[in-house]
Structure formats: structure tokens, C-alpha cells
Design a protein around this ligand. Sequence first.
Ligand code: ATP
Ligand code: MG
Length: 428
Amino acid sequence: MAPSLQAVRGMNDLLPAEVARWQRVERCLAQVLAAYGYQEIRLPIVEPTALFERSIGEVTDIVEKEMYTFLDRSGDSLTLRPEGTAGVVRAGIQHGLLYNQQQRWWYRGPMFRHERPQQGRYRQFHQLGVESFGCAGPDIDLEQIALSARLWRRLGLSGLRLELNSLGTPDSRARYRDLLQAYFSAHEGALDEDSRRRLHRNPLRILDSKNPDLQSLIAEAPQLIAHLDEESAAHFAALRAGLDALGIDYVCNPRLVRGLDYYSRTVFEWTTDRLGAQNAVCSGGRYDGLVEQLGGPATPAFGFAIGLERLLALLALDAGDAAPETPHVYLVWQGEAVMPRALQLAERWREALPDLRLVSNAGGGSFKAQFKRADRSGAAYAAVLGESELAAGQVQFKPLRSEAAQQQVALTQAIEWLRTTLTLAERG
Ligand code: ATP
Ligand code: MG
């Protein structure tokens, strides 16, 4: 036997039982997003490499070492998207949707980063992201954070912690950058290789380091929040007052800088202490400069992304596994002559009752073997069609989940019987 092929390391299969849980969560998220007037946008998974270099920032973990980048057959450098915002902005500019208008969009899908796979950190993972364009004030920051808080509530999740910080404007950040550079330069000997490289090109990135040996040095570093410009400080104060008014708890974390370069003013993260080191479930913030930086009109923007694997892992801690949706009916039939009639019947029922979940037996088998499959399918009823039923123009419905008696129904009445027994809607 040839050696069996395996999925790529860090890229996971989602088997049907797992997908059922994802679909339930995704339905719930989509419902809340619609309630806030956000519309779904669907974009390519592959983008020109330059898009990510120009948006995420060249001196970031993602661009320096995590991207799946390759030359296609025409020699163009392409990258599997490591995050969603850059593509959303690219599309907004390309289709002229960001001129003097407000947009509220969301997206969902796989992202790719060549990181070290571990619990809660994968090479293909999924995000649901929310973006809004054209709103400069703290009201949209508040709206999106309230939206995220409602998502957790709707999913029955509690115990998530909201961490908040402000990065100011590019100007106040530049001044702070000098302070930070002076501070870390004085401690250059204590830095690791990554941080030493960043010291001159992008010292803020050092604050985002996950190296445990650097944490005390980072904790003592000057804080950006103490060097905010006046307008950013007012923006931040208004957001905090709004969160208080809405009863959303938060903690200010002056170390929160986020792993991408494009943020300005508000940044936030929802974290948990129930998932070990991979503690961020959702993160985002304001990125007022990005649209212009990518060649569009100056447009304020705010967004966040949820790591769906981490969200699902968190939900599973409380809920356990959910079963996939089971069929209403499993059609048991036998006899070569019966085959076309059985499948024809199944087609008619599905045609008349769009919500009916009907599995038709395939691959033959004795009635006994078929009933075993019917039982394993989780169906509520077996519908039985043999030569004698067919001759009599009837079908038997046998309840599989209760002791109730089997019922004989005329074929002409079967759709009506199914509709009322299973309380299904008719074709509209
Ligand atoms: P982390 O600090 O955990 O590396 P990040 O700052 O790189 O996260 P973002 O780029 O902001 O994360 O992505 C938003 C969310 O996507 C994160 O909060 C997290 O839940 C999730 N996420 C990021 N990277 C991964 C990954 N490799 N595997 C699974 N989920 C991820
Ligand atoms: Mg990361």
C-alpha cells in the first residue's frame, strides 16, 4: 500500500460533527451582524503580495516570516491572505465604494500564517471580521465593541475580558517612538535578536513581543497613553464614557499595541484565561490611515476580527459536542422494480417540502440491514416501500425514536401526512 497522504501541518479538517457546531455559531453571528446593519462581503483568498507588505507593515511578524508567498505561472508574486482587512480595503478602493460614504461590512473565511502550530494557533485558521468605513468619531468604536459584546452574550459566553488602549495619531506615535527607542537603546543588551532588529526600524513592535524574558523590561517602558495628543485623548475618553453608559466592562492595557502597523487611536482585544497562551479571541481597532496608504481617498475606518477556532474551543468547554442535523425520514425500499418508484417518490417529497430532510437508502441490503442504517442515521421515521406496499399504493411510516405504532398511509396522502406530522412548511 502506498504511504497515506496527510493534511498539511497546522491545517485541519473539520469533520461533519464539528461543522454542525460551526454552522450554529456562524448562523448566530450572522444574525447579530444583520441586526446592526452590517453586510457580508466575499473576497479572494489570494492577493498580490504587495498588498500585505504595504498594509500590514514590513517590520511585522506576519510579513517578515509568516506569509505563504509564491510565484504563480506568470511570475507574479501572490500571497495567501494572512488576514482580511487589507483585502477589504483593496476591494473598497477598487470598486469606488469608499468615496464620501459609510460602509458596514463583514467577512468570514480561512486565513494563512506560517506560525508554529499549537493549541489555538494554526497555519490555516478562520476569522470572522467586521469593518466600517467613513466614520471618524468614537461612536463607531462603541458600536463595534457593543456588537462584539452582544455576540458573546448571544452565544452564551461569559468571562471574556475587554482590554483597551489608544495608540494616538501617527504624530503622537512618532514622538512616543523616539522615547521608546531611547528607553530600549539604554537596555539594548537585554533585548533578543528580533527586538534588536526592531529597535531602529519599528520599536513599538517590541511591546508586542511574546518572549517571556522581555516582559519585565516591557512593563517598565514609557507608556504611549501618557503621550497622547489632545484629540486622541478626547476620543478615548468619549469611548470609555460610552462603554460605561452601555455597562460594558473593560480594562485599560497600555501594553496593547496589536501585531499590525496600521492601527491608530483605539485598539482592543477580547481575551480569556481559559485557553492557555493563545488568549486573544477577538482583536481590532481603528485604522484611519490605511485606505489612503493603499491609494484610496482619506477614509477613517474601524474593524475587528474574531479567531473562530478559539471561539469554538471556548464554547466547547461549556457545551461539549453537538450532533449534526439528523434526517426526518430514512426511506427503506427493496426490489429492482421498486427502485425508480422509490427515488421518484423521494424526489416528489423533497420538491413539495423544501425543509424535509430525507435520506434514501442506497446500496441495497435486507430490510433488517436497512433498518439498522435508518436507526444509525438518527432519523425520526423510516418510510418503508416494498413491492407489496407499491402494489397497494401505500407507504408505511415506522417511528424510530418512540414506541408509537407504525402507520400505513396512501401514497397520494403521504406528503400531507409528512407535512402535518413533522410540522413542515409547504413549497411557497
Ligand atoms: P496572536 O497575538 O494570538 O498571535 P494576532 O494579534 O496575531 O493574535 P490578529 O492578527 O489580530 O491576531 O487576528 C485576530 C484573531 O485571529 C486573534 O485574536 C486570534 O483569535 C485569531 N488568530 C490569529 N492568528 C491565529 C492563528 N495562527 N491560529 C488561530 N487563530 C489565530
Ligand atoms: Mg500573531
